[in-house]
Design a protein. Structure first.
Length: 329
């Protein structure tokens, strides 16, 4: 791989000559601008606005536009004379746990290659020290005309460096979170957890760019003059629509299970409908108990009243049988 920068890692008093190599590559398909009428290329020419004429790359330099609109020329010699200790050095300033680095700061990634045989021993020393400490190195370096922040870590047997944004380049997430109070129920969280378990993990190496593949097939079909199949129209359902969250989660869990073949490793979900049915059954049982109790109470009441009636009748009969005393003259 072609190096884009040569320098050294400064590790205390140890200097490790290295070459910087891009660790990533862009596979995006690029398009040219064309004139729709005849298909001719549209090109941009660099024109001096004072002379109104096109200039070559050799005639173009750098300049800083001041607040009043005036341009201050800046030469390569001006930049080279700046007192930047990291101009040709990746200067390690600290070692910290990896979880101290906010992923928002991550930028471009590079591989650091030992430059020459003498660099092999100190390079290996730093690599093994990073492995054993389970930490990452924070460093400062200069690239493409500016000083940058970097993070060194071990990838297989290579030291990799991630460019980091400076802390003041990270925006605060103001006015991004929902501005309304929302309550999430435990039942909804349970279903969300079940969906996460059902989807499981994935090997990132198995993922690929479906859109790029479709574009490549479309270009190949156009180039060969073949008729290509029309892609199915996108469903009108989706963004901005108010949905039944519980129903959507349950459907997602079912779909994920079907996609994975409903194997034994798929998380099982206890649907809330079952809980609802149990509660309903319990409610149905309660009125039955109340009815039985009411019947017993009514029967007891009738028995008591019958006993009272019988007692009253006996008392009346006894009263009639007793002879009345004649009143004294």
């Amino acid at each position: 791989m072609r190096s884009i920068w040569n320098g050294a890692i400064s590790f205390g008093l140890v200097s490790i000559p290295i070459k910087l190599v891009n660790a990533t590559e862009n596979h995006a398909i690029s398009f040219r601008q064309i004139h729709l009428e005849d298909g001719g290329r549209i090109r941009y020419r660099k024109v001096c606005e004072l002379e109104d004429k096109e200039v070559t790359a050799a005639e173009i330099g750098k300049g800083y536009e001041d607040a009043d609109g005036s341009i201050i020329p800046i030469t390569e010699d001006d930049l080279a004379s700046l007192p930047i200790p990291t101009a040709k050095t990746i200067e390690i300033v600290a070692f910290v746990p990896a979880d101290r680095i906010d992923p928002l700061q991550m930028d471009a990634a590079y591989y650091l290659s030992a430059n020459g045989v003498p660099a092999a021993k100190p390079y290996t020393l730093l690599r093994e020290a990073l492995k054993r400490s389970q930490k990452v190195a924070i460093a400062k370096f200069a690239l493409r005309g500016r000083e940058r922040l970097g993070m060194l870590r071990v990838v297989d047997d290579v030291i990799a460096m991630h460019g980091l944004l400076w802390p003041d380049e990270i925006r605060a997430p103001e006015d991004v979170a929902p501005d309304t109070q929302v309550t999430v129920r435990d039942a909804e969280l349970d279903l969300a957890d079940a969906l996460m378990d059902t989807l499981g993990e994935v090997d990132l190496a198995d993922l690929h760019d479906d859109y790029r593949e479709a574009v490549e097939n479309m270009i190949a079909a156009k180039a060969s003059g073949d008729e290509r199949e029309e892609a199915p129209a996108a469903s009108g359902e989706g963004g901005g629509r108010v949905i039944d969250l519980m129903a959507a989660l349950e459907s997602s869990v079912r779909a994920a299970k079907e996609a994975r073949g409903s194997g034994d490793d798929v998380a099982e979900v206890t649907h809330l409908a079952g809980r609802t049915r149990k509660k309903t059954a319990a409610k149905k049982t309660t009125p039955a108990k109340k009815t039985t109790a009411a019947k017993k109470k009514t029967a007891a009441k009738k028995t008591t009243e019958a006993k009272k009636t019988a007692t009253t009748k006996k008392a009346a009969a006894a009263k009639k049988a007793t002879p009345r005393k004649k009143a004294s003259a």
